[in-house]
Design a protein around this ligand. Structure first.
Ligand SMILES: CC(C)(COP(=O)(O)OP(=O)(O)OC[C@H]1O[C@@H](n2cnc3c(N)ncnc32)[C@H](O)[C@@H]1OP(=O)(O)O)[C@@H](O)C(=O)NCCC(=O)NCCSC(=O)C[C@](C)(O)C(=O)O
Ligand SMILES: [Mg+2]
Length: 319
């Protein structure tokens, strides 16, 4: 029994150590249309936490192939290095379309894998099962990829806990790690027939539910897009609302939105104190030759350590 528990912990530790960019900050998740080479090049010059090269709704139907091939050509070149770590992802098309398999095959057979695959319109756990077996077949090496799931319909919200449970369970024996949930508010409004208002009250329940479930599964929660991209005051307000609700980041469609979003999602003083204390405690336990330890009543595992490291890293960016 003890042997099994230790083995399981070791497997989880080894897995998290091999996942690239596990739980890196994703304050701004910026979409870049996959068929637009100029915008892709531009995105690599920006100080943005997370780039999502898009095959889905940012790309016209007659440009799907072009987007897939353009993204593949950039992946083959390798991720451009920057001074600050960032996440390079690909948003494939939804699994009920004719495009998703080719999207996934194309980016997972590239010379260099993206860090993350973003999966839109996940409505139930069968979609995750289908995705999991495809990823397992496509990744031939020991590498593991991050997965971010989009919740954008009434059905998806009803199935959200099951989706996360199944994803968590499948990720233990597959080649991916579930790292986040995205609130697809535009598709969600269209799905439930809501009329958008400035206050976003019409989607309050769903917006809160996504954070709640994300936190229960130790996932990052990425908030809705602010589509009026020229209105920076409105964007700041919406960022602050999301941050106060517990969101860890926000989707972005234009470079001009990035600094405001990334500033708004810097860690709070309380989070910085927690993370600094945890790292101190970790180093003390290491010095004393103790592996596993608890901090403020919680058992500390590798993902929690990485979260703390990220918070401390982010805190250094705070003016
Ligand atoms: C709105 C648009 C057309 C205005 O594009 P523009 O070129 O007219 O804007 P601009 O102000 O002239 O751009 C200034 C500079 O920034 C560049 N630029 C501008 N945007 C980007 C970008 N995204 N990535 C990288 N570079 C960008 C642009 O190329 C230009 O570069 P330059 O100064 O060197 O000439 C443009 O910003 C754009 O295409 N944005 C992405 C739109 C998109 O991907 N939408 C789908 C995601 S949202 C979504 O899916 C919903 C969700 C989650 O599913 C659900 O809620 O349901
Ligand atoms: Mg959407």
């Amino acid at each position: 029994m003890i042997y099994k528990t230790v083995l399981k912990k070791l497997q989880l530790y080894l897995k998290s150590a091999f996942v690239r960019n596990y739980n890196v900050p994703r304050r701004a998740l910026m979409y870049v249309p996959g068929d637009d080479s100029k915008k892709i090049k531009k995105s690599f010059t920006l100080d943005v936490d997370c780039i999502a090269l898009d095959c889905e709704d940012g790309v016209a139907v007659n440009k799907k192939k072009e987007a897939r091939e353009t993204i593949r050509s950039y992946l083959d070149l390798g991720k451009p290095q920057r001074n600050i770590e960032y996440d390079l992802g690909v948003r494939i098309n939804a699994l009920d379309t004719e495009y998703w398999e080719e999207d996934l095959e194309s980016c997972l057979s590239a010379k260099y894998l993206p860090d993350t695959i973003l999966i839109p319109k996940v409505e139930n756990s069968d979609i995750v099962r289908q995705l999991s077996s495809k990823i397992k077949n496509l990744i031939k090496t020991d590498s593991t990829i991050n997965v971010i799931i989009y919740i954008e319909s009434a059905k998806a919200f009803l199935n959200l806990v099951d989706i996360c449970q199944v994803t968590e369970s499948l990720s233990k024996n597959s080649k991916f790690q579930h790292v986040g949930l995205v609130f697809g508010s535009d598709d969600f409004c269209a799905n439930i027939g809501a009329t958008r208002t400035e206050s976003s009250l019409e989607i309050l329940y769903a917006r809160q539910k996504l954070v709640l479930v994300a936190k229960a599964f130790n996932l990052q929660a990425i908030d809705m897009v602010y589509i009026k991209y020229k209105d920076l005051d409105g964007l700041k307000q919406q960022c602050e609302d999301g941050m106060r609700m517990g969101y860890t980041g926000k989707q972005v469609i234009h470079p001009g939105q990035v600094p405001i979003v990334q500033e708004a999602f810097l860690p709070t003083q309380l989070q910085i104190e927690w993370a600094t204390g945890l790292l101190k405690s970790f180093h003390k336990h290491q010095k004393d030759g103790k592996g596993a330890f608890t901090y403020k009543g919680t058992m500390i595992d590798m993902p929690t350590m990485k979260q703390a490291e990220n918070i401390v890293k982010l805190a250094k960016l705070k003016k």
